[in-house]
Write a protein that binds this ligand. Structure first.
Ligand code: PAF
Length: 293
């Protein structure tokens, strides 16, 4: 596995790979501290590309709080080992100065209106501008044919799809369902920051999502009243379990707008603090008499 820290090395390697015109290149952008959820994305990339490049970069632009950026776990050596074992061809792990050179136009941001200011974007102003900017830079440097993202960051996935469509990036976006621990907790690098007691309570978030969706489906004829009661009950339950809920909201699955009568493809999204750690999760579901599961 080639380990690259310099942007020019990435451009050169990508060119070298694609010079042999049968070669497709798959990219998995990450911030490192790789867990089984990331490794599933890498395995998918292996299926989709002749060559696989993984980026590990803790992107300062997408953190709205310096303490959160400082606390983000950095485990590059262990990450490299895992990626090498999966047969990854290249690991791009620049530092912040390499990605955002001093004296460069550091105020440039890629802003996707609408979706970047809802939900996660409302709670973390500027977060999605940072995500879109770094992902656009990675797409330009790597020129991947396919890029693979996790559905756990559902709003991020939709934002990236919107960016690719709006800016005509010649890349196919692929995604994989959330990988969960046996007790239902969505795998996340942030889970390692939970105390043992909080880790025990953390699966309540997913259980609550599951219960809300089950209750909404039972009441499929009485939209939208059907949503408010299960959501209020779940919010209550999460509060009792020690969560500080940020949002728990049902949205249209395609653009995350407020659902309208007749919408059948929906997603329930949640963000909550537990023990000082911000957890997010989501559950997509079909709704209404004619909706598929
Ligand atoms: O999902 C992540 O890990 C990050 O937001 C991403 C897409 C790698 C951009 O920094």
């Amino acid at each position: 596995m080639r380990i690259l820290r310099d942007r020019r090395q990435v451009v050169a390697l990508s060119r070298e790979w694609r010079r042999r015109d049968t070669q497709t290149l798959a990219l998995v952008p990450t911030m490192g501290n790789l867990h089984e959820g990331h490794l599933a994305l890498v395995r998918r990339a292996r299926e989709r590309g002749d060559r696989v490049l993984v980026s590990v970069f803790v992107n300062p632009l997408q953190f709205d709080r310096p303490d959160d950026l400082a606390a983000y776990p950095r485990t590059l050596e262990a990450d490299a080992q895992k990626l090498a074992e999966l047969g990854v061809d290249g690991l791009f792990c620049p530092d912040a100065g390499e990605m955002y050179p001093e004296g460069g136009p550091s105020e440039v941001r890629v802003v996707i209106p609408g979706i970047s200011t809802l939900l996660e974007g409302a709670s973390r102003p500027g977060h999605f501008d940072g995500v879109a900017t770094v992902v656009a830079k990675l797409f330009n440097l790597v020129q991947p044919d396919v890029a693979v993202f996790g559905q756990k960051d559902y709003q991020q996935l939709r934002l990236i799809e919107a960016m690719v469509a709006a800016l005509d990036f010649p890349v196919v976006i692929d995604s994989l369902p959330t990988v969960r621990a046996d007790d239902g907790l969505a795998l996340s690098s942030r889970n390692s920051r939970l105390s043992p007691q909080a880790r025990e309570r953390a699966p309540e978030l997913y259980r609550s999502l599951y219960d809300v969706v089950a209750a909404c489906k039972l009441e499929a004829d009485s939209w939208p009243a059907a949503f408010s009661e299960p959501i209020a009950a779940a919010a209550d339950r999460l509060g009792q379990a020690g969560f500080h809920l940020d949002y728990l909201s049902i949205r249209r699955a395609d653009d995350l707008g407020e659902p309208q009568p007749g919408d059948t493809d929906l997603v329930l999204l949640a963000a909550a603090w537990l023990d000082g750690v911000r957890l997010i999760d989501n559950l997509r579901f079909g709704y209404g008499k004619f909706a598929g599961e």
